[in-house]
Design a protein around this ligand. Structure first.
Ligand code: NAD
Length: 700
């Protein structure tokens, strides 16, 4: 299943005409973006690039050498110019006089801000000395899978020599920092013929005196490693061959949908996590292979990999040749507990006196033979990216185990990176999570006025949202618009008719496979109808009952099942109507169905309380703007009853309200958000009227 050799080859995308008018800094950005946009060159957020450029000193006006180097954080594929830090080279060289030896190397990071050129606010990264001291103008550092496969082989030094002769050097594992910068300098200075170096268990450094040369050297070295690996492994089954069969795609996804809510519940006791399911061929090959049991426990090697994936994955006890999903689900609590205990023991074995406190001990990567890989993190993008990183680790293990013996990083080294005080400082600088971070909401009628305003409100608070609507195309369009604002990870759409049981069940299975489950149901899908009782046909009556009463029952019943499988509570919000409390002429079917919703919510509040599932109701009234209800027959009927048009109606309803204010979809969304979030953690069975004041709807 490995990629074919031709497909694996990296092509130079350098455009001379485009680069001709660029400054050295522009060329550095151009090169960085080209390198980082191909995940075969480096993983997301991995690697950094630099150029040493002559610049005019803002004070003296004299030319001085400045290091432009990717700053702390960010990704070379998508970075902009402000992602680079700039430092005086003469000051960086002067730092050598401050160096007190390897045990004090971390303090050198504190000196870097003193070397800043031109008041650049971008913090310099820990890797800055690795770029500064290589005596060449341009330096690339990337984490290509093909290179790390060599770097993570037990005999990586010999392999480097065999593949690259004297053109690429080799350095033993050392965590990135000042000392490694000095090692690289020594290697490059003593071996002027070298075009780069492989760092054991880590990645590649390449250098040149010209930006294009540096870029092409990076590609050439990666291509050479990839070609060598392909030749050496040709004809050999990856990972020692197949041990367990791969299940068909629908079955894999259905199993993931059953497992993910349970796992999510087990690992979200402190903070809610979001899941990601990945069953790409590389994953399936690994989880079904002979070597799964031996390679998985060894852990990942490249620091970037294990910072994202934790040192090792959890292999779920599931046999695709004799599937027993109930037994697997029953085994998950112990598996999660054992993993936590192992992680805590690793922390205790490796910690130093000044180590930061034990972090979340739960597994990030869950491997399921025959099914795929499930990853969890505090947000969807991180869960997805953690999965991508584990795919990098799989690629590395495939390469290394195909040509040699794969080795993970020694435990203490891994710990020293994971609990590095400088890494901890980065975590401390992270912004406070938003109020719905890690939460997943399913909004029915999500393509409509109130539904889409609600989705937007929740997305702003960091939730993931699934827009479920009978009009699948409309939901897709609304979701696409939201993805542009909030990013493609956090919003999904699904075609679902709330009156069709199988649709509802499928939508929740989809939510489970997409995000790991749900925490919030906003049951909002609806219609409006108007007719005197004598003219109310059975069909009209049933339509109201079907959508507004039975539909609300079905979506909340399935939500309860999922919420109980997770076991971490949840919040259900029904969007009913003022008309569920206040009788209204010529709308008996609608009013009665809305009243049923409200009473259903109260019954469910009672049933859900012991599981921490809250159920509350929002009652809107006369929300004309954005609502599709107010554009069809209902609008015509109401407008003709009151002998006016849409604007006239809105004004009429405004005047009718006690507060003399129009009610907007955003107002309803705010109330729904309040009831969905922990702001209302101690409220259940409640009704919130958002109608600008209507005495008939006062609850009593
Ligand atoms: P809207 O028409 O803009 O949105 C309703 C959405 O529900 C639509 O996208 C529609 O496609 C969807 N839908 C309809 N039937 C469905 C079904 N069977 N399965 C799945 N989706 C279905 O209307 P809105 O104003 O946003 O209304 C949302 C909710 O608010 C409704 O329950 C409505 O009764 C209630 N409400 C609205 C008002 C108001 O003045 N707008 C007042 C009181 C109550």
């Amino acid at each position: 299943m490995a990629k074919t050799p031709a497909a694996n080859r990296l092509e130079s995308l350098w455009n001379d005409a485009k680069a001709a008018s660029m400054s050295e800094a522009d060329k550095l950005l151009y090169r960085s973006n080209l390198l980082g946009s191909d995940k075969r060159v480096t993983n997301y957020g991995g690697g950094n690039t630099s150029a040493k450029v002559m610049e005019q000193d803002p004070l003296s006006g004299e030319l001085t050498e400045v290091l432009w180097v990717k700053g702390s954080g960010g990704d070379i594929g998508s970075m902009k110019m402000e992602g680079f830090s700039t430092l005086y080279m003469d000051k960086l060289r002067a730092l050598k006089g401050k160096y007190r030896g390897v045990e004090f190397e971390d303090e050198m990071v504190g000196y870097l801000p003193h070397c800043t050129f031109n008041l650049n606010p971008r913090a310099a990264s820990i890797d800055t000395p690795l770029h500064a001291y290589v005596p060449r103008k341009h330096v690339d550092h990337v984490h290509s899978d093909a290179i790390i496969a060599i770097a993570a082989s037990v005999n990586s030094r010999d392999l480097t020599k065999e593949i690259f002769g004297n053109e690429i050097g080799w350095l033993p594992w050392r965590k990135p920092g000042y000392e490694l910068g000095l090692w690289l300098e020594k290697l490059a200075t003593e071996n002027p013929q070298m075009r780069g170096a492989i760092l054991e268990s880590h990645g590649l450094f390449t250098w040149a005196d010209d930006a294009k040369d540096c870029y092409q050297t990076t590609l050439e070295i990666i291509n050479k490693a990839a070609a060598w690996l392909e030749t050496k492994t040709a004809g050999k089954p990856a990972f020692g061959g197949v041990r367990k069969p791969t299940l068909p795609p629908e079955e894999r996804r259905a199993i993931a949908a059953r497992l993910m809510p349970v796992i999510r519940g087990l690992i979200s006791k402190d903070r809610h996590k979001v899941g990601h399911f990945d069953d790409q061929p590389a994953v399936l090959e690994f989880v079904g292979s002979q070597m799964l049991e031996t390679l998985a426990p060894l852990g990942t090697s490249c620091p970037d990999h294990f910072l994202r994936t934790k040192i090792r994955p959890l292999v779920v006890d599931f046999d695709p040749s004799k599937p027993d999903l109930a037994a697997t689900i029953a085994s998950l609590p112990k598996a999660a507990e054992d993993y936590r205990a192992d992680y805590a023991a690793y922390y205790d074995r490796c910690k130093h006196d000044n180590s930061p406190a034990l972090r979340d001990p739960n597994a990030v990567v869950w491997l399921v033979p025959g099914v795929g890989m499930i990853t969890f993190a505090l947000d969807k993008a991180t869960a997805r990216i953690s999965g991508e990183f584990y795919v990098n680790a799989i690629n590395v293990m495939r390469g290394a185990s195909g040509v040699s013996t794969y080795q993970g990083l020694p435990e203490q080294e891994a710990f020293d990176i994971e609990y590095w005080l400088l890494e901890e400082a980065k975590l401390q600088r992270m912004p406070k999570p938003k109020s719905l971070a890690g939460r997943v909401a399913l909004v029915t009628g999500g393509a409509g006025g109130i539904g889409s305003a609600t989705a937007e409100r929740m997305l702003k608070e960091g939730a993931c949202v699934i827009l479920a609507d009978i009009d699948g195309k409309a939901a897709e369009d609304v979701a696409a618009g939201m993805a542009k604002v909030f990013g493609p990870d956090v919003v999904r759409s699904v075609a679902m008719n709330v009156t069709i049981e199988s649709d509802v069940i499928a939508a929740y299975a989809n939510a489970a496979a997409e995000y790991g489950g749900i925490d919030i149901l906003v049951s909002n899908a609806g219609i409006a109808s108007s007719a005197p009782i004598e003219d109310t046909t059975l069909a009209l009556w049933n339509r109201n009952m079907d959508i507004l009463s039975t539909g609300y029952f079905l979506v909340s019943r399935e939500a309860f099942k999922l919420l109980r499988a997770q076991g971490i509570g949840g919040s259900v919000v029904f969007v009913a109507s003022k008309n569920g409390l206040a009788a209204s002429p010529n709308a008996s079917a609608y009013c009665t169905a809305k009243a049923a919703e409200i009473h259903l919510a109260r019954c469910l509040a009672l049933e859900g309380a012991e599981a921490g599932i809250r159920v509350n109701v929002v009652n809107p009234d006369a929300v004309l703007r954005g609502s599709k209800i107010w554009s069809g027959e209902w609008l015509d009927q109401r407008a003709s009853t009151y002998k006016t048009d849409k604007e006239g109606l809105e004004e009429m309803y405004r005047q009718r309200s006690m507060l003399k204010r129009s009610v907007l979809p955003e107002d309803i969304a705010e109330g729904i958000y309040f009831l969905a979030s922990d702001l209302s953690a101690k409220s259940t069975g409640n009704i919130l009227n958002i109608d600008a004041g209507n005495v008939q709807a006062f609850t009593r």
